[in-house]
Design a protein around this ligand. Sequence first.
Ligand code: ATP
Ligand code: MG
Length: 312
Amino acid sequence: MSIIEKAINLANGKGARGRTGEVAVDSQFMPVRAGAEGPAGSAEALPAAESAVTGAGSATPGEGGAQRRGPRTSRTVTIDVQRLVGLGIAPGPDIDRQVHARITEEFRRIKRPLLINAFEQGPGAPPGGNLVMVTSAVAGEGKTFCSVNIAMSIAMERDRRVLLVDADLQRPNVAQVLGIPGDRGLVDLLEDPALDLSDVLLQTDIPRLSVLPAGKRHPYGTELLASNAMKELAAGLSERYPDRLVLFDSPPLLAATQAVVLVEFAGQIVVVVAAGGTAQDAVTEALALLDTKKPVGLVLNRYPRMFQPGYY
Ligand SMILES: Nc1ncnc2c1ncn2[C@@H]1O[C@H](COP(=O)(O)OP(=O)(O)OP(=O)(O)O)[C@@H](O)[C@H]1O
Ligand SMILES: [Mg+2]
């Protein structure tokens, strides 16, 4: 029995509610045209309610001139999709390319149960189901890679939106991967009660995809993520944007207490497991840290077509 099978069995044995999926992810992706569902730069206007979610809730307008009037608008950034394709990211509808079509389909399979758990379960839905944590046992398993690809895949849904949050404050990488500015983001929002989400959120030119980078480096990331500000931010994101999936690219479960803090907020958890790379003990230990009442999904990354050209 493979590591992943054992891990899945373990998750089942622990009574995890509705696995989000176990999917083999390969290294090649099909291209998607930025703005394919609308002209480049035509990102949807930020809803007025966006400005209602603040970093620390009790937003006392602080020094630094944060007392603003009227609706705030977030910045729009352009994503170089061809560059992403080079990184193996950006699923799209190019069905002529069989390999890419297969990978796109795999991310569809990953996102589908996430969407169902988040939006379609009615009264039995997991609380905060639209807050999804993407994590792994140890570093370098492909969390950011999978987070970005899941976000892209959800952005293709016409009636859903996705906010990708870089919550890996130790090894933030989302902005770099997407080629967008990452100097301000989550840390700044949590630290400064005068900021609101729209001040740091980046709306992208890919319709329905927005990004909250990690922002500046902070020596006390765990404390920030455990703060009331984070609790309020998570609750605000979940409740105020019921049509939106919020994906948290998170630190590895075994490497940092930061991840364990995030487990508390997330309504669903995706655990990325690198094929042939993660020791069974590590997967077991990581799964033991999760709340068994929450839906937990396992994504097997870089499996199993390792002898094909282009394999990562
Ligand atoms: N299936 C895949 N196909 C191609 N490249 C991949 C795949 N999975 C991961 N990678 C690449 O492997 C490297 C590590 O992946 P990634 O940064 O997503 O891991 P991570 O878990 O986020 O790491 P960290 O713990 O440092 O944040 C990246 O260069 C990424 O592009
Ligand atoms: Mg990462």
